[in-house]
Design a binder for this molecule. Structure first.
Ligand code: SAH
Length: 202
């Protein structure tokens, strides 16, 4: 386990060895913009273009641990951003479809994922609050942008027994069956609905 994973994650209560191993193996520096590269292992969210952010590693680890991935799952990732969370999900599951509404971020995320050797993550451009109906159901759904309430299409696209983690207003919550549990208070960029007004596409 690398030092930063030990200090920032394990000692703060992340216990899932697969998550700790994935966070050790996926190099965050490949996903942060060049000007922030020396901050890649800081315990902080970092700026992406277009006013977006790459989430704080600890918050991503909490999200990943709550999903309890075993390696066999088909996962939907909403809000690709840099592609970092999608890369971790791919390391922990069988397949990842990730949706980003800003096309230029999707282009950069594909390049980042390819540099990390994870080019089979499918990055689509569209409104991820609609999910990806053509690819549903998903065993797990991870959302990186905050909505005022749980988007119904995402609930509908979750497989029976599936788990979803998403920020609702100022809390990161886990949805499992009919249960909604708060994982931690967290600030995320807003989930912007309704644009682009079309189904996710490549
Ligand atoms: N998971 C990302 C975090 C990116 S921040 C990472 O690891 O880097 C959240 C992202 O969600 C932003 O890139 C933003 O453009 C995107 N987003 C906001 N609303 C969206 C929507 N409705 N559909 C898809 N992406 C959305």
């Amino acid at each position: 386990m690398s030092d930063w994973v030990d200090v920032q994650l394990r000692r703060r209560g992340i216990t899932d060895e697969r998550v700790l191993d994935a966070m050790t193996r996926v190099p965050r520096e490949l996903f942060v913009p060049p000007e922030s590269r020396e901050l890649a292992y800081d315990d902080a969210a970092l700026r992406l273009p277009f006013g977006q952010t790459i989430s704080q590693p600890y918050v991503v680890a909490v999200l990943l641990q709550a999903l309890r991935l075993t390696g066999a799952e088909r996962v939907l990732d909403v809000g690709t951003g840099s592609g970092y969370q999608a890369a971790l999900l791919r390391t922990l599951a069988a397949g990842v479809v990730s949706v980003e509404r800003i096309a230029a971020l999707a282009v950069q995320a594909r390049a980042n994922l390819a540099a990390a050797g994870l080019a089979d993550v499918e990055v689509l451009v569209g409104d991820g609050s609609l999910g990806v109906p053509g690819r549903a159901p998903f065993d797990a759904i991870a959302v990186a942008a905050a909505a005022p309430s749980i988007p119904r299409p995402l609930l509908e696209q979750l497989a029976p027994g599936g788990r979803m983690v998403l920020p609702v207003r100022d809390r990161l919550v886990l949805v499992s069956g009919s249960k909604v549990t708060t994982l931690l208070p967290a600030r995320f960029v807003p989930l912007v609905v309704g644009f682009p007004p079309r189904e996710p596409s490549t």
